[in-house]
Design a protein around this ligand. Structure first.
Ligand code: GAL
Ligand code: CA
Length: 330
């Protein structure tokens, strides 16, 4: 009697352990749900979790670090096995790492890169993303190639490129490095870059549209030879403003080349329509899939090198960008 009870107990315990090991619970914190690129990222994460039989729950940080910190505490006390975090403020990542470490669960950062020093403080802290400088270089090359191929786009014939720069959120590596490397790529192509205006539009279409409207009024479209935006949403906002001024509507003499980054569906459509010169694929699918595979591997104690993505410096998965021009994708 007693023996069979013990056996049953062992059996039940074994079942619990097995179930525990197989059903990984992921707490995923997104800086803000209302972001076109992060929506693609989120969808890829959800799909991959489904395929791996993991349970993923998403929290919307609403662009507020305090809110996100509470969500992280909530996930930890609910007993998630691993965190995937897209920090609101990447400079707050240390506090997040400390929380994960105290709870002894792995944390995979995505899209907003903690410093190497922060990641080094915890052996179970990783980053999945893309090299911001690469996307900057590609977008600068798109503009430079166009400028060289279309002599008439040097409207004032001074050999320099008069451009407007629309920047993403302050402090984001993609805002800092895309801006710097885009301008550098123009210079490397042998064209002197001449910035006529720049502004932070926080990755946001509406803000970019308003800013571009103001720039068009103040500077005049005839004095702008290109618009370089740190992402597609801002590029699309700039295009709205241009169209309101009868630019980029098909008349070749009323055209300003605009480039973005992400290759969101709406940008690809604008590119097909001839409104957007080009963009850079920010590969949400591979970033989403690899972050979930890494999270599940770490949470189940499996080798992080077994997931089909290369781990660099023991901490990073880098997904390459791709330059997208009209004709690449139909
Ligand atoms: C960038 C992306 C932007 C925005 C931002 C959010 O990589 O290009 O569109 O989503 O991440 O952190
Ligand atoms: Ca010029």
């Amino acid at each position: 009697m007693r023996k069979s009870f013990m056996l049953a107990l062992v059996f039940v315990l074994a079942l619990c352990c097995c179930a525990g090991a197989e059903e990984i619970k992921i707490g995923a914190c997104i800086y803000r749900f209302n972001d076109a690129f992060m929506l693609r990222f989120r969808n890829a994460m959800a799909d991959e979790s489904g395929k791996l039989g993991a349970v993923i729950e998403f929290a919307d940080g609403q662009d507020d670090q305090t809110t996100q910190n509470e969500q992280i505490d909530g996930f930890i006390s609910a007993g998630v096995n691993v965190l995937i975090v897209n920090p609101v403020d990447r400079m707050s990542s240390q506090a997040i790492i400390d929380k994960a470490k105290a709870a002894n669960i792995p944390v995979v950062f995505i899209n907003r890169e903690p410093t190497a020093e922060m990641l080094a403080t915890y052996d179970k802290a990783y980053y999945v993303g893309a090299k911001a400088e690469e996307s900057g270089t590609f977008s600068g090359e798109l503009v430079a190639d166009y400028f060289k191929a279309h002599k008439e786009s040097d409207k004032n014939n001074d050999g320099k490129l008069q451009f407007v720069l629309l920047r993403g959120q302050n402090g984001h590596q993609d805002m800092i490095l895309r801006s710097r490397y885009a301008v550098q790529a123009v210079r490397d192509a042998g064209i002197e870059p001449a910035e006529v205006a720049n502004a932070i539009a926080n990755w946001d279409k509406l803000q970019a549209m308003q800013i571009m409207n103001a720039f068009l009024m103040a500077i005049g479209p005839e004095n702008i030879e290109a618009v370089i935006a740190n992402n597609d949403e801002m590029a699309l906002g700039a295009i709205e403003a241009l169209k309101a001024n009868d630019y980029n509507k098909g008349d070749a003499s009323m055209y300003i080349p605009v480039v973005g980054v992400d290759a969101n569906a709406s940008a690809l459509e604008a590119m097909r329509n001839g409104e957007l010169l080009g963009t850079v694929l920010n590969d949400a699918d591979n970033q989403g899939i690899s972050s979930v595979r890494l999270a599940v591997a770490l949470a189940s104690g499996r080798d992080a090198n077994s997931i089909g993505y290369k781990i660099t410096d023991g901490k990073y998965i880098w997904i390459p960008y791709q330059k997208i021009t009209r004709g690449d994708r139909q």
